[in-house]
Design a protein around this ligand. Structure first.
Ligand SMILES: Cc1cc2nc3c(=O)[nH]c(=O)nc-3n(C[C@H](O)[C@H](O)[C@H](O)COP(=O)(O)OP(=O)(O)OC[C@H]3O[C@@H](n4cnc5c(N)ncnc54)[C@H](O)[C@@H]3O)c2cc1C
Length: 408
């Protein structure tokens, strides 16, 4: 098989975690290939969403808990008027609402020192890519799996947690133009959803419709596709179609029943359905709900989080559980490392090693970027010392992350 690229670090997946990992790797001086199956960078953050959570912890003082590359992304978006800070309705902490098109460009700029391969899927055991020109080999001693589905870890035979019955639902988001948000409060909207929910077949009676950087344009996170496995190709396909069907029902409900939405126009549904949870790595450490709620720290903390457990699998509502005393907790480097032998592999982003509950707190994009930066920095350190990622000196790793602005 022809070799398309050979270097130090391959990053599979160009979402929040993968982009941050690739930037961190390249800034550490390593040769990095970032492979993304879509035609743009940003992943779920660009395709489905428009608000970063996890940068700020909730509570009266609401400290910022993510710095480094993630915060640099926010600053670049603020600088061009493409983002603003927005208090969260349910108390998940202040969010950073941004224009997804601007986010794609920011990642294009930040990855200038990286070889970026779009429209390509990493396959094999992480050593091949499937492209429009067929299959090629790619070679590097270290691979960061930032696919969100732990796909490369799974392909390479590392232990992963299969999606089970307690799997967070998927969501197709959409944007509407021509809306007067001031005509209906969030509480009034929820009351109307309760009232008309059965008639319109609305799967969820809470959720968020919020303002964007553009006047009159709102982003809606309302649909709920439950009971389908995003790692089953046929079920994922059914989920995409069901998500669009539900989005259409919500649009009809909003136009017909909600003041301020009478002339609303559907600008588009999300490029793909949003997957909250799929395969998770079974790592050297499994983050638990107790770690989260107790605000526990670890000697190898590489990212910090104050977000509540936000579990969408409880019927038509959402379960929120907060870190005690408005605290924050640490995400250990061990949550990114496969438990058993898997040479050269680090995982970052929403497929970190965590229980269902802990995952429901640690999966926000702020934390995914922080985990990505840590994984990319660790990958570069492993290459520098010709070591396995698992053997990287965590004090050196934490020192380098802090020096680059990370908050640990
Ligand atoms: C509906 C919904 C609402 C949410 N709301 C919020 C919110 O408001 N704020 C917030 O902060 N978080 C939110 N989250 C959580 C958050 O968006 C995700 O946890 C986070 O974006 C995951 O980032 P990631 O980098 O791990 O994965 P992703 O952003 O999903 O990136 C993974 C990338 O890998 C690519 N890929 C997959 N397999 C391969 C392969 N084999 N080869 C190459 N590329 C591959 C994919 O195309 C994708 O671009 C929400 C999630 C969902 C689904």
């Amino acid at each position: 098989m022809n070799v398309l690229w050979e270097g130090d670090v391959i990053v599979a997946g160009g979402g929040s975690a993968g982009c941050a990992a690739a930037v961190a790797t390249a800034r550490s001086g390593a040769r990095c290939l970032l492979v993304e199956s879509a035609g743009y960078l940003g992943g779920t953050g660009a395709a489905v969403l428009d608000t970063f959570y996890g940068f700020y912890a909730p509570g009266p003082t609401s400290p910022r808990v993510v710095g480094g590359i993630g915060w640099e992304v926010c600053e670049r978006l603020f600088a061009t008027g493409s983002a603003f800070e927005r208090p969260n309705t349910y108390g998940a902490g202040t969010g950073v609402t941004y224009e997804p098109e601007a986010l794609k460009l920011v990642w294009d700029e930040l990855t200038a020192g990286v070889t970026v391969l779009l429209h390509a899927r990493v396959c094999g055991t992480g050593d091949e890519v499937e492209t429009v020109a067929g299959r090629f080999a790619i070679r590097a001693p270290v691979l960061v799996d930032a696919t969100g589905d732990a796909e490369i870890a799974w392909r390479a035979g590392a232990a992963v947690e299969r999606p089970g019955m307690r799997l967070q639902p998927m969501t197709t988001t959409f944007r509407l133009g021509g809306v007067d948000l001031s005509a209906t409060s969030a509480a009034e909207l929820r009351a109307l959803m309760e009232e008309a929910g059965d008639a319109y077949g609305l799967a969820r009676r809470d959720g968020s419709v919020h303002r964007t950087v553009h006047d009159g344009i709102v982003h809606a996170n309302l649909t709920r596709v439950s009971g389908l496995d995003p790692t089953d190709p046929l079920e994922l396909s059914r989920a995409e179609r069901e998500g669009r069907r539900q989005a259409d029902a919500y649009v009809r409900f909003l136009r017909e029943k909600v003041p301020g939405y009478g002339s609303a126009v559907l600008l588009g549904t999300s490029i793909r359905i949003g997957v909250r949870e799929s395969r998770r790595l079974k790592g050297r450490y499994v983050l638990t709900a107790e770690d989260v709620l107790a605000g526990r720290d670890h000697p190898d903390t590489i990212a910090r989080c104050g977000a509540p457990i936000e579990d969408h699998d409880a019927g038509a509502g959402t379960r929120w559980e907060y870190v005690r005393d408005h605290g924050t907790y640490g995400i250990p480097y061990r949550c990114l490392l496969p438990a058993a032998e898997a040479p050269g592999l680090v995982v970052a982003g929403r497929s970190l090693s965590a229980t269902h509950d802990a995952h429901a707190s640690a999966r926000s994009m702020g934390q995914c970027m922080a985990m990505g930066e840590a994984a990319g920095t660790a990958a570069a350190l492993a290459v520098e010392s010709a070591a396995e990622p698992a053997d990287v000196d965590v004090d050196v790793l934490r020192g380098r992350l802090r020096a680059n602005g990370a908050i640990l």
